[in-house]
Ligand binder design. Structure first.
Ligand code: PLP
Length: 392
């Protein structure tokens, strides 16, 4: 039985071309980028050259790129870095990634007022909602580009205009869209932006926080002069080089990847409707006026005759049948708690707990999509017989 990986929003495989680019820096080019000798200078050159290329893809200046240990650190750094040492507050939304939500909680405990917006039923905060929420105390707005669980896109440009009219900077967690959409910081209007290497076929444990020049930003990690004193710690040269290569490839192949994902996504949607009929609902809002990322299809199985479906068992069964998907965000799977995103959007606990996120990648095939749906339908038939108490 072939194994079908449909969990690309959790992580993507390392592209072999990225691996090749990283290898020398895991072997003979092992220098510390802060050392003055030849090996150190080579490492420094590789880091700075990677920074320049990533900056160019984002329409940013190299000095505006801070390398981090990934998306989580970049999100933490963005919020704390902008609010630390001030008495100002944060506006964000209930469907953000835990990296934002937990940092917001900590900031609130430290005396920063936090306004937590509840997105519309389709999963995004509207510019009008944000405009109403802004106060004189607001020091930062943080809203994600694509939601990692259901794929809804925030209208970032419109949101940025509202922020800037009040002189408030905007941070955007673009972890799920980096490599899929052009992320020009000026076109989007963002002042800080998070991306993470392992979501676009780069290595894990490396990310970028873009910080617009001129902002008063305090480092989260201190103890070294690296990254212009904005993030201490010896640079992970191989990972930085790998992320830059992955971003080059994603940018060059963006059109083809996006078209492929959209085709597969539409095929998956149609196949699910055909195979499962009325048994499920889409959590991803496929509505004419809502923009969604092309790689995420999140579905839920509402209770039938008051009988909930065991979502965890469904995922385990899928895994046994060779289909790897996720219950929501990878960071919360393993825990039995239903997704905070689905709850915030008004799903009841039973339906939220019986949700599956399929997230597609550039190397998935139409055949894999068809096979995954066939296997899902077979599992559901079996589980439904059990759910309704019939003998199997
Ligand atoms: N933000 C979003 C929207 C994500 O989807 C993720 C990863 O799931 C992160 C942040 C965290 O990124 P990392 O895994 O690099 O820490």
């Amino acid at each position: 039985m072939n194994r079908i990986y449909l969990d690309h929003a959790a992580t993507t495989p390392l592209d072999p071309r990225v691996f090749e680019a990283m290898l020398p820096f895991l072997k003979e080019q092992f220098g510390n980028a802060s050392s003055v000798h030849a090996l150190g200078r080579k490492a420094r050159f590789a880091v700075e050259e990677s920074r320049e290329r990533i900056a160019a893809h984002l329409g940013a200046e190299p000095g505006e790129i801070i390398f981090t240990s990934g998306g989580t650190e970049a999100d933490n750094a963005a919020l704390r870095g902008m609010l630390h040492g001030t008495r100002r507050g944060l506006i964000t939304s209930a469907t953000e990634h835990e990296a934002i939500l937990r940092t917001a909680e900590a900031l609130e405990a430290g005396g920063h007022p936090v306004i937590m917006l509840t997105p519309q039923a389709h999963g995004a905060v509207t510019p009008e909602q944000l405009a109403e929420a802004l106060t004189e105390q607001t020091g930062l707005v943080s809203l994600m580009h694509a939601n990692n669980e259901i794929g809804t896109l925030t209208p970032v440009r419109a949101v940025a205009e509202i922020c800037h009219a009040q002189g408030i900077p905007l941070h955007c967690d673009a972890v799920q869209t980096a490599g899929l959409f052009p992320l020009n910081v000026d076109d989007l209007g963002v002042d800080l932006m998070t991306i993470s290497g392992h979501k676009f076929y780069g290595p894990k444990g490396v990310g970028v926080l873009y910080v617009r020049g001129g902002l008063d930003f305090q480092p989260l990690v201190v103890g070294g002069a690296q990254e212009r004193r904005r993030r201490g710690g010896t640079e992970n040269v191989a990972a930085v080089v790998g992320m830059a290569k992955a971003f080059d490839l994603a940018t060059a192949e963006a059109g083809a990847r996006s078209a492929h994902l959209t085709t597969l996504r539409d095929r998956l949607r149609a196949a699910l409707c055909q195979a499962l009929g009325e048994a499920f609902v889409f959590n991803t809002p496929f509505e004419a006026d809502v923009e969604v990322a092309p790689h995420v299809v999140n579905i839920a199985f509402p209770p039938q005759d008051g009988q909930p479906l065991d979502g965890e068992m469904l995922l385990l069964n899928l895994d046994v049948e060779g289909v790897m998907a996720s219950a929501g965000s990878a960071c919360t799977s393993g825990a039995l708690e239903p997704s905070h995103v689905l709850l915030a959007l008004g799903r009841d606990r039973d339906t939220a707990s019986a949700s599956v996120r399929f997230s597609l990648g550039k190397d998935n095939t139409a055949e894999e999509i068809d096979q995954a749906v066939e296997r899902l339908a077979t599992i559901l038939q079996r589980m439904n017989r059990q759910r309704h108490g019939a003998t199997v």
